[in-house]
Design a protein around this ligand. Structure first.
Ligand code: UGY
Ligand code: MN
Length: 264
């Protein structure tokens, strides 16, 4: 006789056929915020309305100087008729469009950006960023640390040249010029399933990473984390880092890296 109080349907069928729904498992999260790295998974995001500098938008900050990094990385959900306010003149901002559309006004010229497009606003920029119909963004900011005058940039990821990386096998594009006046760059890295980083990297640079597509294993120090699209990672200087792409889709990630700085 069936006991109405119990349902056993998840014991086998859900785990085997549908996948267990970890998102709704009370108290469970894959997120980790350690001293020397962090994995930030979607179920731990906290969205705040109209955060400093953003109107009619929700933001979720993933990396900030509060834990030591010299930059911020955050996600923005711009709603209909939303805008970003003027940047602090000391701050530079990089915007990557994950979904939807934004409009940039640069020197009186209107530029429309869609998924995989990006814009870089140098310190002191008067350009505007608005969204008429809504958009999802990944934003990186830092206090500009050099003496140069970097110029406004915009473009689309796939138009950027693929750079030589041998003996690595991933496909690398850099979204900003590699020239000296820029103090960071944003790399887009693509891996086929089964490909992995050749170098088990340890370096002085800092990273903020957003996995845009795919799944795999990220090693951070002596931890091996299963990761999937939507996960974000903070890597401070000198944390051992390594990635292997798995699954049946290519992995693509967006990576902040400070560059052209004297480490001394
Ligand atoms: O350029 C880099 O440092 C990059 N290969 N790091 C990484 O993917 N974790
Ligand atoms: Mn690295």
């Amino acid at each position: 006789k069936k006991d109405a109080q119990y349902s056993y349907e998840h014991v086998f069928s859900s785990a085997r056929d549908k996948g267990v729904d970890f998102w709704d498992l009370p108290g469970y999260s894959r997120s980790v915020y350690a001293e020397d790295h962090a994995l930030l998974t979607p179920e731990s995001r906290v969205w705040a309305p109209n955060t400093y500098g953003w109107h009619n938008s929700m933001t979720a900050h993933l990396i900030t100087p509060a834990k030591g990094p010299h930059f911020t990385m955050y996600l923005v959900q711009m709603k209909q008729d939303s805008k970003a306010s003027q940047l602090d003149p000391k701050v530079e901002r990089f915007v990557f469009v994950v979904e939807g559309n934004v409009q940039v006004k640069h020197d009186g010229k209107a530029i429309d950006l869609a998924a995989n497009d990006y814009a870089y606003f140098p310190p002191g920029s008067n350009d505007t960023l608005t969204s008429a119909k809504g958009a999802g963004l990944c934003v990186f900011e830092r206090v500009y640390s050099k003496k140069g005058k970097p110029a406004f940039q915009h473009g689309t990821t796939d138009d950027r040249p693929v750079l030589p990386v041998a003996p690595e096998v991933f496909v690398l594009r850099k979204l900003l010029p590699a020239s000296d006046e820029f103090d960071f760059n944003i790399h887009v890295m693509d891996f086929e399933p089964g490909q992995y980083l050749y170098v088990k990297e340890i370096h002085y640079n800092q990273h903020g990473l957003l996995l845009l597509q795919g799944q795999g294993i990220y090693r951070l120090g002596n931890n091996w984390y299963p990761v999937q699209a939507g996960d974000a990672i903070w890597m401070p200087p000198f944390v051992l880092q390594w990635y292997a792409a798995l699954g049946n889709q290519n992995s693509r990630y967006l990576l902040y890296k400070d560059t052209n700085l004297d480490p001394l």
